[in-house]
Design a protein around this ligand. Sequence first.
Ligand SMILES: *Cc1c(COP(=O)(O)O)cnc(C)c1O
Length: 381
Amino acid sequence: MHIETQLVRSGMKRDVATGSITTPIYQASTFEHPRLGESTGYDYARTANPTRSALEEAIANLEGGRVGLAFASGMAAITSVLLLFKNGDHLVVSEDLYGGTYRVLSDILSEHGVTVTYVNTANIDEVNQAIQSNTKALFIETPTNPMMHVTDLERVIQIANDHALYTIVDNTFMSPYYQRPIELGADIVIHSASKYIGGHNDVVAGLVVTRCSELGEKIRFYQNAVGAILGPQDSWLLVRGMKTLGLRMEKHNENALKIAKWLTSRSEIEKVYYPGLETHPGHEVMKKQASGFGGMISFAVKDSEIVPFILEHVKIITFAESLGGVESLITFPARQTHADIPEEIRNRIGVTKCLLRFSVGIEHADDLIRDLEEVFDAYRK
Ligand SMILES: *Cc1c(COP(=O)(O)O)cnc(C)c1O
């Protein structure tokens, strides 16, 4: 079955009693036991809720994994996965990764004795050199947030397998529509479902999918134990959002390519980071491991003075954090999403006061271009 069809069929045919075309929102915290020692499969909703189960099955199928789990946020998902590691363990992590993940690793996991080496995972030599005798996993974002470095998943998974490490991929930027790391051998895929999977800037949620059942059951145990679960209403919103994921991703991708090319032609712009551009160093790797390039563009302006002017004068594009929704959003990573990363590291990796991140929505591309063009022209005057 093609993924477009799989997406539309997510969460269907689960209500035998009424034949409802969508999975109902089971707003219940507990379920009656038929007899002593018997269960309908649902007991208490921290452990399982039918609406959440519909979502969890859907994401597991889409990513090609065995177990799917839905969490209260992307960070709840990431933190629950990181509970796999204990005092003395070491991780190799993509260096410009989501600021919240960096914060959990540097301010919380470190207190529990887990150490981390940050490398540019797009550079295979750096990955190899960072592995120590106590390394337990590689944690990859590709493309990275916000510098859009592309990691060759097949090659890093090979390295992980050679050293018996888990490969964990934060697949938020691509969504399963464009990239399915488990099919390439990754062990765990994580999503901030608040982004493309929900797709409408109206829900905060996280998802985890594992390649094998054993690892999935271990993380399910953590999910139930710590209670980092997604509620039924939000689970329903995600299933609903997923049905149009294919259409949305195609449009995000088409718009982003058009806008990236236009930005490249502008004198105000120093550099455009979009893996769909043939000049992007990760372009060929992207073509090999993903079926599209997504809707995220980062760009550096020549003059940092224009940054506040852009943020305060765009009309259609909204100045806000987050990404992956139908509405176009523009973010200033150094002051927002990545503010927790020390300035010296930020500058080294390129998250400077000239860098903006643009989550291209599904509006008409010409309207988005005109919005930016008017701001650039107004600034010049
Ligand atoms: C937003 C984001 C997260 C965190 O997800 P929340 O749902 O906001 O908790 C993690 N990784 C990436 C790549 C993100 O963009």
